[in-house]
Each structure stands twice: as C-alpha cells, then as structure tokens.
Design a protein around this ligand. Sequence first.
Ligand code: ASP
Length: 323
Amino acid sequence: MLRKLILAALAGLVAVCAARAQSYPTRPITMVVPFAAGGPTDTVARILGERMGRSLGQTIVIENTTGAAGSIAVGRVARAAPDGYMLSIGHWSTHVINGAIYPLNYDLLKDLDPVALLPANPQLIVTKKDVPATNLKELVAWVQANQDKISGGTAGAGSASHVGGVYFQNFTKTKFTFVPYRGSGPAMLDLVAGTIDIMCDQSTNSLPQVRANAVKAFAVTAPKRLASAPDIPTVDEAGLPGFYISVWHGLWVPHGTPREIVAKLTAAAQDALADPAVQKRLGELGQEIPPREMQTPEGLGAFQKAEIEKWWPIIKAAGIKAE
Ligand code: ASP
C-alpha cells in the first residue's frame, strides 16, 4: 500500500515537472553577469540575451553581480533553484581559472550544467593614449624603463585581464602594479582618462575605444589578426611570439535543471548565434562564433573540462593567486 502511494506521488511529481518544463518559460529569466555593466561580458550577455529572449518568448533580464573576479556571481547561480530562471554567463576565467585560485564553495563542474559554448575573443594589449611608444617593442622598452611608475588595470585577481597582465609581465620580465576593478568596463574608463597606463583587455571592450582613438592598441593575443581590426598586428608579428589568450564564453544553469529546459535554452542560444544581425555586432567586437556542434551542452562541457586540465597547472605554476 505504502509502496503504491509513494509510486503514485512520484508519478505525480514527474508529471508536474514535465508540465513545467513544457510550458517553460512562463516568466522573465535572469542572466547573471559576473562583472560590471558596460564591460565585455556584459556586452556579450546583452546582445545574446535580447535575441534569446525573443526565441523564448520571455525577457532575459541582465543582472550584474560583481566581485572576486566573478566567483561571487557564479556561486549565486550554482546555489539557485534548478528551474531555468537563473542563468550563469561567464567565460574562461570565471568558469575555469577561478577554480584554480579561489577557495570556491561550489564546484564548477558538479554544481552547474552546461548549456552552450558562446563566442570567443582575444585580448588586445592597450595603453593610455599618451604613452610615447609606437609599436610593441617600444612599449616593452618603455614599460621596462618605467615599471615602478606604471599601473595596469584588471577585473580582479584571476580575471582574464589579470592573467593577461601577469603573462605580459612574465614575457617581458617586468613588474608593475595591478589595480583591480569590478570589471574591465570601469578599468577601461580609467585607461581612457589616463589614470592607469596599460591593460590586456578583451577586444570587445577595447575596440570601440581604439576606434575612437581614446586608447592605443599594440597587439592582439592571437595567432591571426582580427577581421574587424586588420591594422592591429598579432603578438607574433609585433614581438611577443606565442602570447595567446582566447576568452571564450559559455552559458550554464544550476545542476539538475530539467533536460527539456536546457534544450530550450540551447536552441535559443543557437538561434541567437545564427542571426546575421547578432553575428555582425559580435564580429565588429572581435568575437568569433564557435561551430554549431559546439553550441551544445556536450560541446561546452567537454571544452570546459579540457580547458581546466590545460590551464590549472599553468595558472598554479605562474603563481597567480586570489589576493
Ligand atoms: N570579462 C571581464 C569583464 O566583463 C573582464 C575580465 O575578465 O578581464 O569585465
């Protein structure tokens, strides 16, 4: 008798969950951006969120939860209800690097389920406008000569811009002071104002300022030039061969989110990435769209694991720590 009752209750629960997954979404969805508004992750989230919302028939509301290089925001989603109404957008540093340097109270792989791999952008080595150097070699010489006076902007310890900055120091055998911000959006404002000197910053954040002639770009951290900024040389061409950083984005939900809901979110992300208007906007910002088979839970899950295996030893060996 008891067994029958339990089975009936379970069947009821399954039916309720299935009905919920079928009618999903019935209210606005929150996408948590782990850095300040106006920065690169925020920009990608707003472009994709708006288009995904149209496919899903509900608004995607962007919320910026900043601090500790995005690890607070990701924790917020990892502990949220697995119902598809709170999404974690993030990237190489929030969903890979942070696990190597922060004592996280969640597991990046076990507490979040992947939805889709999203576009990637390289970094640009950029400085305030009145740095006298005219090419990367001159910039390195200028940094070497002035390192005790130079400050570099970052989006917090372990953020992509911080890892890029540490790489730059290691490659050029220099040390300058890092100034942490709540995202590279606010850091860029200070670079434009000239209160900080240098940044390794995602092309999405830097390119609009480079085009406005408000900052100087010296190289792109990729083996090939950006189609939308062909004048900027690669690090190989400019004199720091092999200094490659690719900041790929992804979308996750709390672990245990019903498969039907994840499938709807994946389809919405794929719709967005296939939209020519979205492709054009992302392309102008130096973002490269991954192949469609990677825009899936399996694609993102496998790639994230491979990146953890590749980068954790490198980050630990480079001595990058949460400060
Ligand atoms: N993605 C960060 C931001 O949106 C910056 C970073 O990781 O460096 O501000």
